[in-house]
Design a protein around this ligand. Structure first.
Ligand code: PMP
Length: 443
């Protein structure tokens, strides 16, 4: 198949089917018309098994039940849970799966109002607003916060939803080097002074956008330093906590708690419910004025059907468990467990000689493969040995920085992790991705 596509064959050859199909999706002629389309769907259909803490998934095409190291199910709430599930079922019976209404016209149930209050309390901001999808939260909110005449300064590795929101806003967009407060300052200085007297400030408003944990890097944001720069140049901060809220911090309150940042110093806090809370949807938490402004102006609030009530109830219950308001200490245990699991897995991988990105405490750990041609061997061999990993390549990463991205969950047991490490080590030897000498075992 690949040979038929002029110019692309050398890249495609030797790659796994799904990757070839992914490249197909992107092949267009000079008028932007597709000249090659993907044959069928290019993803595996999986069965999720939720009665075993959702550690496993079954790939129907391979009929293999495997240990799931790819899901964002950080706290294990995307599973049958003794506190969350019965309440979600009750809310389904009471409210049905959908309100079939927009928030302003009959789509706001008591649950929506309760979750907005709870989210604001949880993240430490005065108010919050919900959206049906995390992606839309970024892509629809950013244009409501800033427009023509404004300046967005965005981390170079920010998520696509942020990139789309920034592009759609009409504001000028500048990018700073990933997680570099020094480069952020350079960009700000240039944009504010711009070779003119230092008092010159040509922008109506400046927003700096960063993520709490970078989803392809597993790295924590240098938030204290970034906030210091923003304060110095009077820029607003926008923090996407999709991967950090619920997953890090002593009580799960994300990177602010982990890094000792006062939430009052972050102007706009964004997060999703699709990871630590095992649900769907997203939120913005900010000052009452900003939230009121969004409630009155954001099309995704005014014209979109509100979040599904059972999904709302799931988040309410999960936050209550995290806060210990369910009357148990399961939340604290889950948080301790994800931290221990993440730090154990990361340090063991490093000892084996893998190049692992990211920081301690982060449950996201990319193992570098570099050459995209290593993807099929790595993922297939892991799968054959019953470990499901997500591999990421172009266009989500630069072409030669392919990686396997492991996501650790509080629901993984030590036994699961030891099994997975064993498999990954063997496959790593086979594929040749141990770039450092292994640490000799301690006697
Ligand atoms: N922001 C970041 C940083 C993300 O990684 C993602 C998706 N993983 C989103 C936003 C979009 O969230 P959702 O999947 O909940 O729509």
């Amino acid at each position: 198949k690949a040979k038929n596509v002029k110019g692309y064959a050398p890249i495609c050859l030797g790659l796994e089917d799904f990757y070839v199909r992914r490249l197909y999706l992107r092949i267009q002629d000079c008028f932007g018309r597709p000249i090659a389309s993907a044959p069928d769907s290019w993803f595996d259909v999986v069965e999720r098994i939720s009665n075993d803490n959702n550690k496993t998934l079954q790939r129907t095409s391979h009929t293999t039940r495997c240990l799931n190291l790819g899901s964002y199910n950080y706290l294990g709430f995307a599973a049958a849970d003794e506190y969350c599930t019965p309440r979600a079922i009750e809310s389904l019976k009471k409210y049905s799966a959908s309100t079939c209404s927009v928030r302003v016209d009959g789509g706001t149930t008591k649950l929506h109002a309760e979750l907005e209050e709870l989210v604001a309390r949880f993240v430490g901001k005065p108010a919050a607003i919900l959206f049906g999808m995390g992606y839309v939260t970024n892509s629809a909110i950013i244009p409501c916060l800033i427009g023509k005449g404004g300046l967005i300064i965005s981390d170079s590795l920010n998520h696509n939803s942020i990139v789309n929101g920034a592009r759609g806003s009409g504001a000028t967009v500048r990018v700073f080097q990933h997680n570099s407060p020094a480069h952020l300052e350079e960009v700000l200085r240039e944009q504010i002074a711009g070779g003119q007297p230092r008092t010159h400030r040509p922008w109506k408003k400046i927003i700096v956008i960063v993520e709490g944990i970078y989803s392809m890097e597993g790295e924590l944001c240098k938030l204290p330093e970034i906030i210091a720069v923003c304060k110095k140049y009077k820029a607003y901060t926008y923090l996407d906590e999709a991967h950090s809220i619920g997953a890090v911090g002593q009580s799960g309150r994300g990177v602010c708690e982990l890094l000792g940042v006062d939430p009052a110093d972050v102007d706009i806090m964004m997060g999703t419910f699709t990871k630590s809370f095992g649900s769907c949807g997203g939120y913005i938490a900010a000052s009452k004025d900003i939230i009121q402004h969004l409630k009155h102006t954001c099309p995704a609030h005014l014209y979109a059907t509100s979040m599904s009530p059972p999904a709302v109830q799931q988040v309410i219950s999960a936050i209550k468990v995290i806060l210990g308001e369910d009357g148990s200490n399961r939340g604290a245990q889950k948080l301790a467990h994800i931290r221990e699991n993440s730090n154990f897995f990361r340090s063991e991988l490093k000892k084996m000689g893998f190049e692992v990105l990211g920081d301690n405490d982060s449950p996201v750990m990319p193992i570098m493969l570099y050459n995209p041609a290593k993807i099929p061997a790595f993922s297939r061999e892991c799968l054959r040995q019953k470990v499901a990993v997500v591999t990421v390549a172009f266009p989500a990463t630069p072409l030669l920085l392919a990686r396997a991205r492991i996501c650790i969950s509080a629901s993984h047991t030590r036994e699961d992790l030891v099994t997975a490490l064993d498999v990954i080590s063997r496959v790593g030897d086979l594929v040749g991705i141990k770039y450092f000498p292994a640490e000799p075992p301690k006697i």
